[in-house]
Every structure is written in structure tokens, then in C-alpha cells.
Design a protein around this ligand. Structure first.
Ligand code: CO
Ligand code: CO
Length: 311
């Protein structure tokens, strides 16, 4: 994407959200649209909202307003489905601190839903993909596997009840994690979404001109993900992500193809990947424990030129 030369642009394309300075205020703006991953409209609406506001949290910002974008085939839908979808979305937006103030719908044979979200960020709270420094620890705040689990459920490979862990994870806002990251002095963060853990880690490595070391055994996976990825039962996106990241990733011999696919699994409303100076870890831990939020230290940032090391 071409860079804009306007001096108000603080963060342009390539990060979780754009940041623009207007009269001393830093505006954070992002848009995200997804296709259905669960059947229940209320739940899907809420997941869409959590997924869309996540990019504002990933910048260290606070989401304020959202505009809905909805594509659906009018003849196929009754109004109650749309009402439930919007109810799920507005409930989750309120939890995030944002208001739905408008939107746009379009006739579309494939159902799509999402939001353009605007928020603000304090200058000292900004968490950029370029903010990682050698010596930082690498933290991940959710488990991996939403892509593998939802696609396996669609194909009947796992019981619908096994979906619950993935749904609960997708519904969880990255609000507390972002607050913990900012309060404890994190330099960088991104949310792990469509490009998988490896893809988003690689973006941090490249943007920060450093290498990221990931300890595979420390990366938490949802139930069933290990078996499914070992069997190669993963969405196409996981394979594409892996082939894209492989060129810039050094895998230890002990890392299996299944491990690599799980690390590449595209996530919806995934957790935050945070780079934090070790001195901030105690405070980060306090805030997360107090909110009963799990997290994992999965590696570290080392000197380098934008590559990943998985061991
Ligand atoms: Co993002
Ligand atoms: Co996004």
C-alpha cells in the first residue's frame, strides 16, 4: 500500500490499525469483516465485534465508535436473525467501551459481517508492531486453534461441544491484556489473527528489525488442536501461512509438521502477542492474575534482521 505523506499519519498501513494525529489527539482506525464461523447469530455478532475492536486494543488504544458493515442475501434472511446478530454485536461493543453509531448493508450471496472501529490512544500508550527490542520477553494471551477447531467442527470431525473452548476464546476481549501491556511498559503488540502466530510474529520481527525466538512447547493450544494438526486436518489458510513464513523461519529439528501447522493456524479474535521488557513482567502478571486472565511467556526478542526461530 502506498504511504501517505500527510504529517498527521503516525502509523500507516502494515500495523493493526492506522493512527492519525488530529489537533493533539491520536485517532486509531481499523476495519475487519468476517464470514460466519458459528451458527448462532447472537454469538457470531459478538465474535465479530470482539474481533473488530481487537485491532484498537492491539495498538494500546480505547475503541469509541463502530460502524457495522453487513453483506447478506435479503431473500434468505428473516429480520429476527439480523436483530440477534446486532444485539450480540452491540452487547460486546458496550463491554469494549464502544458505541455502534451507524453502518451499511449490501446485498451479497455470501454472508459477511464486521465493523469499522475508531478509537483514541495516548502517545505513551501506543503499541506498535515496530516496538519490540532485543531482551524483551514474548507474551501470548490466548490459546491457539480457532481456525483448526471451527473448520473441524464444520466437517463433523469433532463434536459441537468441543467448539465451546474456541467460542469462549473468540468472545474474550483483548481489553484487559492491552491494559496490562500498556501499564507494565510493553513496547510492542499485535493481535494474532488471519496470518497465524508465525505470520504476526514475523510482522513484529520485520517491523522491529529484530529476531523473535518462539519456544514451541510454551505455546498453549486448545484441546484437539494437537491431534488435528498432526493429522493435517487444518484450514487451507494454515498451509498458506506456513509456506509464506517458512522462508524467514528457522525450525529446530524437533518441530514437527503438525507443530508448524498449529503455529500457522489463522485465528479469529485471537490473543495479543506482546513484547515486554522483563522488568515489566511482575506488574503484567499482577494485572492479568487479578482479572483471572491466563497468559503465556512463549519466547523472547533477540538481535537480528527480521526472522523467526522456533525451537
Ligand atoms: Co490486528
Ligand atoms: Co485486522
Amino acid at each position: 500500500m502506498q504511504k501517505c505523506s500527510n504529517k498527521g499519519v503516525v502509523v500507516g498501513p502494515g500495523d493493526d490499525a492506522g493512527v492519525f494525529r488530529h489537533k493533539g489527539t491520536l485517532l486509531v482506525e481499523t476495519v475487519d469483516i468476517i464470514t460466519p464461523i458459528v451458527d448462532d447469530p447472537y454469538t457470531f455478532g459478538a465474535i465479530c465485534a470482539a474481533n473488530s475492536v481487537s485491532d484498537v486494543f492491539a495498538m494500546g488504544g480505547k475503541p469509541l465508535t463502530a460502524l457495522a458493515i453487513l453483506g447478506f442475501a435479503t431473500c434468505d434472511f428473516d429480520a429476527s436473525v439480523i436483530r440477534k446478530l446486532l444485539k450480540g454485536a452491540t452487547d460486546k461493543l458496550h463491554e469494549a467501551g464502544a458505541c455502534l453509531i451507524g453502518g451499511h448493508s449490501i446485498e451479497d450471496n455470501e454472508f459477511k459481517f464486521g465493523f469499522a472501529v475508531s478509537g483514541v490512544v495516548e502517545k505513551n500508550s501506543l503499541l506498535k508492531a515496530a516496538g519490540a527490542s532485543p531482551g524483551d520477553v514474548l507474551i501470548f494471551t490466548k490459546k491457539l486453534g480457532t481456525g483448526i477447531i471451527t473448520s473441524a467442527a464444520k466437517k463433523g470431525k469433532i463434536k459441537q461441544s468441543a467448539l465451546k473452548e474456541a467460542i469462549d476464546s473468540m468472545l474474550l476481549l483483548n481489553k484487559t491484556a492491552a491494559n496490562a501491556a500498556v501499564s507494565s511498559g510493553a513496547g510492542g503488540a499485535t493481535d494474532v489473527t488471519g496470518f497465524g502466530l508465525l505470520g504476526h510474529a514475523l510482522n513484529i520481527a520485520k517491523s522491529s528489525k529484530a529476531n523473535l525466538v518462539i519456544n514451541n512447547d510454551s505455546v498453549p493450544l486448545m484441546n484437539h488442536v494437537k491431534e488435528l494438526s498432526t493429522a493435517g486436518a487444518v484450514p487451507k489458510g494454515a498451509k498458506n501461512n506456513l509456506s509464506f513464513c517458512s522462508k524467514k523461519t528457522k525450525f529446530a529439528d524437533s518441530i514437527t509438521d503438525g507443530d508448524k501447522l498449529a503455529l500457522s493456524d489463522p485465528q479469529t479474535s485471537g490473543g495479543l502477542l506482546i513484547t515486554l521488557p522483563p522488568a515489566g513482567l511482575a506488574k503484567f502478571d499482577r494485572i492479568m492474575k487479578k482479572a483471572d486472565m491466563p497468559y503465556s511467556v512463549i519466547g523472547e526478542v533477540v538481535k537480528g534482521s527480521g526472522r523467526l526461530i522456533v525451537k
